[in-house]
Design a protein around this ligand. Structure first.
Ligand code: DP6
Length: 326
């Protein structure tokens, strides 16, 4: 019986210019371009073993057997790899997250990036980063960005373009910035991002305006990133965040990801700016506030967020590396 195995690590990323909405649901193509920063310290390690003795794919997540739904999502990715294998077989996938509980960050981006890297390597295929990114992107669009370290961009997808991939913009040494995460609530969010963005597309009166504006916002962010202009980038990043949240809030039924602590943390960020610290907020499909600032200001920003009413925990993240396959 033949067994082929490989292990990969990938890290979470935070979007500076947000992805929200799909132009092709079947191919999981984003309707808007996005730009992200891959973060150090939030790591998923995944081992994939193709094993002829298996009668089905088996997925283990953080030491527990995965649900049928989770396993089906892994099988979809594995099927796309098996389509290129000479002697395909089922696989055992063991995935573990090293995410400090304070992170309040989702692991699907790092999870699918690591799974893509491990599966392709275990299959004995040598795929380019772009091909790996397209594979991860198909499972979860934000995962396409975690193939790369530092700052990367996922363009908007033209319907039908199955090869759409993220591309690296700048490595993790480009700019010494930090993301300070403020955890605003415990427990899983009620509406996941896949469902939230579909509901926004189908029912929000603001959706078309969001898609149109997102292109211009992303262009501002890309230019500011190149020039390392934190104030210009930060203001555009906040607009990207608030525009997609407004889109979600105005969907039917409404999707409101914020908690009272979210607003309190946003006020803290405003107050920091009023006192001269360049600190800018962003939020994903959840209540947590993530603050972009210069490395030299991270300790001050962390202290201010930790003192904010309702904030449960804080952590500081540096720019991180991309996919690593062993
Ligand atoms: C708000 O990548 O999780 O975090 O492609 O449906 O799996 P799917 O969605 P996902 O969405 C992330 C949305 C976001 C913004 C972002 O990361 O760009």
């Amino acid at each position: 019986m033949t067994k082929r195995t490989a292990r990969a690590t990938a890290r979470a990323n935070i979007a500076l210019a947000k992805y929200w909405g799909k132009s092709d649901v079947a191919l999981n193509l984003p309707a808007v371009p996005s730009i992200s920063l891959t973060l150090d310290g939030l790591v998923t390690t995944t081992t994939v073993t193709f094993d002829e003795a298996l009668a089905a794919d088996v997925l283990e997540l953080d030491g527990r057997p995965a649900s049928a739904k989770e396993t089906a999502r892994a099988t979809e990715l594995l099927d796309r790899v098996r389509a290129s294998m000479k002697a395909p077989s089922f696989a055992r996938v063991v995935s573990a997250n090293r995410f400090p509980t304070a992170a309040g960050l989702a692991s699907s981006a790092s999870g699918f990036a690591a799974m893509a890297g491990a599966a392709v390597h275990a299959a004995g295929l040598s795929w380019s980063d772009a091909k790996l990114s397209a594979l991860a992107r198909w499972s979860s669009a934000s995962a396409g960005r975690s193939i790369f370290g530092g700052f990367s961009k996922l363009p908007a997808g033209v319907p039908g373009d199955a090869k759409l991939a993220a591309k690296p913009l700048f490595g993790e040494d480009h700019w010494d910035v930090r993301i300070v995460v403020a955890e605003a609530a415990k427990g899983p969010k009620k509406v996941g991002s896949t469902e939230g963005m579909e509901r926004s597309r189908l029912t929000s009166p603001l959706y078309d305006a969001w898609v149109e504006k997102a292109r211009a916002i992303t262009a501002v962010i890309e230019k500011a990133l190149k020039k390392k202009d934190l104030d210009t980038l930060g203001a555009a990043m906040e607009q990207s965040t608030f525009a997609f949240h407004a889109c979600a809030m105005s969907a039917s039924p409404s999707i409101l990801y914020w908690q009272p602590t979210t607003i309190a943390a946003l006020r803290t960020v405003e107050a920091l700016r009023e006192k001269g610290t360049s600190a800018w907020a962003t939020m994903d499909a959840g209540p947590h506030v993530k603050v972009l600032c210069h490395a030299a200001d991270a300790a001050k920003v962390k202290r201010a967020l930790a003192k904010t009413e309702g904030v449960l925990a804080t952590m500081v993240c540096k720019p991180g590396a991309g996919l690593q396959v062993k």
